[in-house]
Design a protein around this ligand. Sequence first.
Ligand code: GRG
Length: 293
Amino acid sequence: MDISIYLKERKALVDSAMERILSGAENEPVVIHEAMRYSALDGGKRLRPILVLAACEAVGGANEKALPTACAIECIHTFSLIHDDLPCMDDDDFRRGRLSLHRAYSEAIAMLAGDALFALAFRVICETSGVPSDVLLQVCRIVSEAVGTEGMVGGQVLDMLSEGREVTIEQVQEIHRLKTGALIKASVVVGGLIGRASDMQMQALENYGRNIGLAFQIADDILDLVGDQGKLGKPVGSDLKHKKATYPSVLGVEESARIASEAVAAAISAVESFDERADPLRYIARFVVERES
Ligand code: GRG
């Protein structure tokens, strides 16, 4: 299997499904639909939705059943980026090489577009056909937990509280586990659930998801220090500017990169017993630390 073709095809699948689930820009109120489309269709890597599909396929599930949930998670991810860029949070003017949503529209529209994407996510999961409703209920529970105070929101709050303070590596790890790791892990877990993974497979997927979540965020911290602004689509050094708690700020770049590689190896070994249908998961684990954007 040519993995780069796999990733391109899955990204195209997600892009066109995202196009379908978002309201047309001609629908009233036009401005909010335009704003939602501006952020949700602007060419992110689609890592989380691809993980949903890849985890579902790794256990023999049909990816079309996981596609709505994949899009829902991408809507939530987009929502978090929009809110993260707001002046009351990170105050970033650029995202993916162009103006962040509040700079292109207004703060109020950016907040509301984020809110609407969050609501759309759960609507899309609930409207999935061909997946038993008890499975969809579990998906909703797992995704909402990954977003709330035991996930992304909790991590964001700890992150804000840590700005400008001395932090231990355990505290940085906890921020990462919640702020970024939780949604990445949930993506893998719900993919497995929809694919009807066995209990043992679910445990393996959870382990895989936890490790790539950590590797992803460490790589993100390193890219923010030594990455290429042109490839990242946003200025580097934002963490330094905000005096954020990051792996490299506590352990240095080299040691952080070593821990990220260890996490990748642990993720790959978690799915060791899976057959070749898990190859995309193995490849994605490596991609997470080798990426340049
Ligand atoms: C809005 C759910 C929600 C919570 C509010 C703002 C916030 C609290 C949390 C922020 C969470 C956040 C933005 C984490 C950063 C995660 C991160 C490294 C994002 C970049 O992800 P990529 O590289 O982005 O996958 P692309 O552009 O490829 O989609």
